[in-house]
Design a protein around this ligand. Sequence first.
Ligand code: SF4
Length: 476
Amino acid sequence: MTGTFLGMPAFPQAAAAALRDGRLRANLRHATHTIRDKRARAVAELDDWAELRAAGKAIKDHTLRHLDRYLVQLEEAVAAAGGAVHWAADAEEANRIVADLVHATGETEVVKVKSMATQEIGLNEALAAEGITAYETDLAELIVQLGDDRPSHILVPAIHRNRAEIREIFAERMAAWGRPAPADLTDSPAELAEAARLHLREKFLRARVAVSGANFMVAETGTLVVVESEGNGRMCLTLPRTLISVVGIEKVVPTWRDLEVFLQLLPRSSTAERMNPYTSLWTGLGPSKGADGDGPSAFHLVLLDNGRTAALADQVGRQALRCIRCSACLNVCPVYERAGGHAYGSVYPGPIGAILTPQLRGITSPVDASLPYASSLCGACYEVCPVAIDIPEVLVHLRERVAEQGGHPLERAAIAAAGYLFDHPAALAAAERLAGRTRALHPRRLPGPGRAWTDTRDLPQVPAEPFRDWWRRNRS
Ligand code: SF4
């Protein structure tokens, strides 16, 4: 896993900086509460939501157990429909494949449909290093790109920005990316959307290559599915002559009947819509087989592993691969609401990021090791997850893995000392007596790195007389 987040500080340090930003907290609170309330109403409309949720979980679990079989079935179906399938073990390989495919077309520009997988691998940066410009076409992604910013939410990557900030970004940065914003642009949503539409339109019409992800891939027919709200995805998927889709291997579902379940779960959980405005489906080159007129004349599917196989090998952690990226868990998380998405050091913020990122990247950095602790374990994320990922269970499991890898030196020393005392009863009794006799000298607050722990609680007082001495005196 790569991307633009390498070298991030651990979550507590990054979150502390975010917590001092009053405007960020106000933006996040307003946005997450609005979306979560709408989602709750949309979900309450369905009597069979619990059954749908159970079905979604069961389909994903079944597919993950037989992932090898369904991926081969998908590959054969895509190839039979005129598409080419490429396998990428990691981000570097995926970026190389995409860059080579774009070079082969002779083009130096691509338009992009919003895609978490391409953000995960840092595709835009990799293409830029090869002299290829990638234009984001989703409105929120456009705001992030123009602002030279990082996404902070899965569904609404610019959730940390308010209307006034967006107007400022458009006014200052649009010209450098092709078409300036109108001189009299205000921060009304309609005007901002119109400015983005005009800015993007000529890119849609000019681009010969598009890059997308996919929400789902149907193994039985080799069909890819993109679910979106703005129509930019439909433009990218149909206008350019070459389409390259980079998709995580866990996005496959066996059949169209399975897809039906997720097309009910996803819109209500993400945008709180009964049905999303645009659902684009394509199978290889489709019936036109690349004839002039309809759709791309070349289609490439890049199947991305990038840590997913390792996550699949973990019996508790693998449930994170059920995720359909709806964002519902972010919108109810009290930690995300206060810390914001950038503190998670990954394109996957919030509760799902706290369990997915350390598994994809392999707990190799301070930020990865800190993510499983970025939660109060309140369980709100599990309650809203449409595929019933038990995020608190995975968080606790990953905390065990972090602890097994070492933990803090002081924590290790304390555990070693406790281990020695519990192994040697005479030493434990002597330590208890010493602690009882010196209790008046004990501080009520821990010094040094332990201070934060006692900022909100008192240390329990050691009894004057150890229980074993009391028992010896009183048992007769
Ligand atoms: S973990 Fe569940 S709630 Fe969170 S984004 Fe994934 S599917 Fe949605």
